[in-house]
Design a protein around this ligand. Structure first.
Ligand SMILES: Cc1cc2nc3c(=O)[nH]c(=O)nc-3n(C[C@H](O)[C@H](O)[C@H](O)COP(=O)(O)O)c2cc1C
Length: 226
């Protein structure tokens, strides 16, 4: 018998505040229907985009051999990223919970090949040499839709993790998927899987008074001493 699609029907604020980066709680053993991914993407396409030009492209990878190849690139690229810290160490090491994030990112790195599907969003064009207006327009014309996709997943009992690590080796993924990288920019890589349980908490963030300024920048925070 066909399983009825799950809907959590979360209220907007709960959906927005409990859609987390999921790594350890991705259910790698449960397949995800293409129709469900397409449904979530169609919701994502309602996000704003510059001039309504729809310059976005979305590659869904659900072929296990391709997933394995891309996961291997992700793993190597994440090591490139780590190596880039040099003696200074990871710049986010001071953040509360950094140890937990590290163990979670390590888990994803070691298991990405097991994900039932991956999403690779792209936009047409290359922003590197463009003025800030163009860059802001290109990135701003795809990032809201990616977040909408993650929200749509969450309400259906699925989850993802926003990742950019593979972009250290963007060309290698372009080669695997035959993407002309002079014409398309890869945005990130998103595992797609059901989550193990559907209860997620709000995240800890810097308090509002440290990051909001009315009529100007918020007051500068004194640097933390070691
Ligand atoms: C632009 C961006 C890039 C990120 N890159 C990675 C990544 O390469 N690998 C990873 O495991 N997580 C990555 N993350 C996830 C963050 O580590 C995560 O959002 C953060 O720890 C806060 O957790 P939360 O999203 O559950 O609130 C990235 C998130 C963003 C927004």
């Amino acid at each position: 018998m066909h399983e009825a699609p799950l809907r959590l029907d979360l209220q907007a604020d709960e959906l927005l505040t409990t859609t987390r980066t999921v790594r350890k709680r991705l259910d790698f053993d449960r397949p995800v229907d293409r129709a469900l991914i397409t449904e979530c993407l169609e919701i994502a396409f309602q996000a704003p985009n510059g001039g309504n030009m729809n310059n976005w492209r979305w590659i869904v990878i659900d072929e296990p051999d391709l997933i394995a190849q891309i996961a291997a690139v992700y793993q190597a690229a994440a090591l490139d990223f780590e190596a880039s810290f040099g003696d200074a160490g990871y710049p986010g090491a001071h953040v509360e919970g950094a140890d937990r994030i590290e163990s979670s990112t390590d888990h994803l790195r070691a298991n990405l090949h097991r994900t039932p599907a991956l999403l690779l969003p792209l936009f047409a064009g290359r922003p590197e040499k463009a003025p800030n207006f163009m860059q802001a327009t290109q990135w701003g014309s795809i990032l809201p839709s990616v977040w909408s996709f993650m929200l749509a997943l969450r309400d259906r009992g699925l989850g993802s993790a926003w990742t950019t690590a593979h972009l250290w080796r963007e060309q290698e993924v372009a080669d695997i998927l035959d993407i002309p990288s002079d014409r398309y920019t890869q945005v990130g890589l998103f595992p797609i899987a059901y989550t193990i349980g559907t209860d997620f908490k709000q995240a800890r963030r810097r308090p509002a008074d440290q990051v909001i300024g009315f009529n100007g920048l918020p007051p500068r925070q004194p640097k933390k001493k070691d």
